[in-house]
Ligand binder design. Structure first.
Ligand code: ADP
Length: 422
């Protein structure tokens, strides 16, 4: 097969400021070991002589500031060394943010809040990871927020969320997500329910503010926010809305001068807007690959990155849970009760009678304990997938990361589906 390399211990010698890039072949894995020098993956330092395993589909870059030797074993689609990287620009951005943190620390104020924006596949998530890692390496505890509902880096696709980062990302598994704060949105694009999306972004910002007020360290470390690659029309409005909700100080625009200029014209002067180059290593993904990566993210939640989790499957009686979806189909204003706007229906909680149409849908388990709470704006504890529905017995079967009983009985249904086949 000419499309992949089968390494049986191939050595790559990287000079200072070079980067080794490789992509793991489907259904294969690649073992990586750094045998000499110092290198890092998206801001996390590699341990010398430790063997890291990268799973199918991973796109990896190992960068070195001073030179290192890397040994690869396994099947990679491509593997090459590049000397052209934007890492110096990224580290300078980090240095500027760190100065803002020092100032905030000295004056007991808030650290920098950074929104990372740009089209899809320019390395937005990667830049966030690098900036967060560099901050953590200096002893900071920044908040990493993700409002890209398409990939759902904190929870699942269809959610937004945030976490306080105290440790650099694990080379293989990313940031440790023991207690992320996650909100249910339910769709894969912000456009599917624009009003709900904006409302949840504001809610997330509000809770992050509360968290920052509780800890001086977190407060001066700041917030780094990853966004969806949707930057035109309503997508652009959503970015401006997010910039306002999080009260950002800095916007990093990756790779798009047009967006950079547009933001410069539209945002107040105290927001610093910087244009950053994208890395030539970031590969564009097709619509299909993106859908596949969404699916993988859900599989990973239940089965683990290396198939090392053992999810549970059990029946839930219709009577034991309350199922809702957020957003009623919008009616023309003329059909609505006096004083109600069609927009209001978009954020309304609608009770669902369980039926076969639940099949394969992802459900979020709300942290709310009673239906009197504001369920739409309450965070979620975890997720289930409906794997079968039995209308005669009035039960449905779920795939669950934890054994029964369910921690709560209020469930929110997503548009997003997952087929539990391996
Ligand atoms: P975005 O958030 O803009 O959609 P990502 O940060 O998710 O983009 O990057 C897309 C893919 O490219 C990811 O799989 C990431 O691991 C990979 N990637 C990022 N930077 C590099 C690089 N320098 N070399 C190779 N692959 C990279």
């Amino acid at each position: 097969n000419p499309h992949y390399f089968h390494f049986q211990g191939q050595e790559f010698k990287l000079q200072a400021h070079a980067e080794l890039r490789f992509e793991v072949e489907a259904k294969a894995s690649v073992e990586l070991e750094m045998t000499e020098g110092r290198g890092e993956m998206f801001g996390t330092e590699l341990a010398k002589n430790k063997k890291y395993i990268f799973v199918s589909g991973s796109k990896v870059a190992i960068y070195t500031w001073h030179g290192c030797t890397i040994v690869l074993k396994g099947k990679a689609e491509v593997a090459y060394i590049s000397k052209e990287t934007p890492m110096v620009v990224y580290v300078n951005t980090h240095a500027a943010l760190e100065q803002m943190r020092q100032k905030a620390e000295a004056e007991n104020t808030r650290g920098p809040r950074i929104l990372v924006v740009g089209p899809t596949d320019v390395g937005k998530s990667t830049l966030c990871r690098i900036l967060v890692n560099y901050a953590v390496r200096l002893g900071r505890s920044p908040v990493l927020a993700d409002i890209d509902v398409g990939q759902g880096n904190m929870g699942l696709p269809g959610t937004i969320g945030a976490l306080v980062v105290e440790r650099t990302a694990d080379v293989e598994e990313g940031f440790q997500q023991t207690a992320p704060l996650v909100f249910h949105y339910g769709h894969k694009s912000p456009n599917d329910n624009f009003q709900l999306y904006n409302m949840l972004v504001s809610r997330l910002a509000e809770i992050i503010n509360v968290r920052c007020e509780q800890s001086k360290k977190v407060n001066c470390s700041g917030v780094i926010i990853n966004t969806a690659g949707w930057i035109r029309g309503a997508g652009y409005e959503a970015l401006k809305q997010a910039a306002g909700a999080f009260e950002v100080d800095v916007i990093c625009v990756l790779d798009q001068e047009r967006l950079y200029n547009q933001l410069k014209g539209d945002l107040p002067d105290f927001v610093k807007i910087v244009l950053l180059p994208k890395s030539g290593g970031v590969v564009e993904r097709s619509q299909a690959t993106r859908a596949e990566s969404r699916d993988n993210r859900i599989r990973e939640y239940f089965y683990g990155l290396k198939n090392n989790f053992f999810p549970h499957s059990f029946d839930v009686r219709f009577n034991d849970v309350k199922i809702f979806k957020v957003g009623a189909p919008s009616l023309p204003e003329s059909c609505l009760p006096l004083g109600m706007k069609s927009q209001d229906s978009q954020t309304k909680l609608v009770p669902l009678v369980p039926s076969n149409s639940l099949l394969h849908h992802v459900l979020s388990i709300s942290a709310a304990t009673t239906v009197d709470q504001d369920i739409v704006e309450t965070n979620v504890l975890g997720f289930l997938v409906v794997t079968s529905v039995d209308m005669d017995k009035s039960v449905f079967t779920v795939l669950s990361p934890a054994p029964r009983p369910l921690p709560r009985n209020i469930l929110l249904v997503m548009d997003i589906q997952f087929m539990d086949i391996k």
